[in-house]
Design a protein around this ligand. Structure first.
Ligand code: ADP
Length: 188
């Protein structure tokens, strides 16, 4: 099955995606991870997007749409993929629908991790303190920007998928294993 995990920065999308990789053999496709790999590889794309990402703003729809379109065709996505961090704007959601239709693929579910915004800063600070490679955008200013961008540009995709009767909400404030049980139930 192909799914989308949706939620603000720090909601736990990456954690749940990793669990689904282990239990179901699905492939996590994180546009943030892909872009960070371009930056550390100092590719032309990485050089182009670095300042934008570090500030907490979004890179252009075109860039991520093309990345995902190529990626989902690869063999490791055959058991299903988990979109983590994509789509992040309504135009990206529309482009995803078109590309899936063109490739004869389908979305099985869109799962929203519902979290209390006040908890997010603490979660991201914890992530930054536990990680050896601190993300350039895991600081208070960039995080504030990322949350604002989420509310302005990404939250509108929630009604988009509600309208298609695809949206499932999960309590993202629960413990990791409880969240993953809820997701398991949805996926069946
Ligand atoms: P988080 O989930 O913690 O917000 P991500 O790792 O998903 O962070 O993304 C980090 C940054 O990568 C974003 O702030 C943005 O600059 C860029 N990015 C990732 N995915 C997208 C996307 N779908 N569209 C535009 N920019 C993106």
């Amino acid at each position: 099955m192909n799914i989308i995990l949706l939620g603000p920065p720090g909601a736990g999308k990456g954690t749940q995606a990793k669990l689904l990789e282990d239990t179901r053999g699905m492939k996590q496709l994180s546009t943030g991870d892909m872009l960070r790999a371009e930056i550390s590889g100092q590719t032309p794309l990485g050089i182009k997007v670095k300042a934008i990402m570090d500030s907490g703003a979004l890179v252009s729809d075109e860039i991520v749409i093309e990345m995902i379109s190529n990626r989902i065709e690869q063999a490791d996505c055959a058991q299903g993929f988990i979109l983590d961090g994509f789509p992040r704007t309504v135009p990206q959601a529309e482009a995803l629908d078109k590309m899936l239709a063109a490739k004869g693929k389908k979305l099985g579910a869109v799962i929203q991790l519902v979290v209390d915004e006040n908890a997010l800063l603490a979660r991201i600070e914890k992530r930054a303190s536990e990680s050896t490679t601190v993300r350039a955008d895991d600081n208070a200013d960039a995080l504030r920007k990322r949350l604002a961008v989420y509310n302005e540009q990404t939250a509108p995709i929630i009604p988009y998928y509600e309208g298609k009767k695809m949206l499932k909400k999960v309590d993202g404030m629960a413990a990791v294993n409880i969240v993953s049980e809820q997701i398991d139930k949805i996926l069946g």
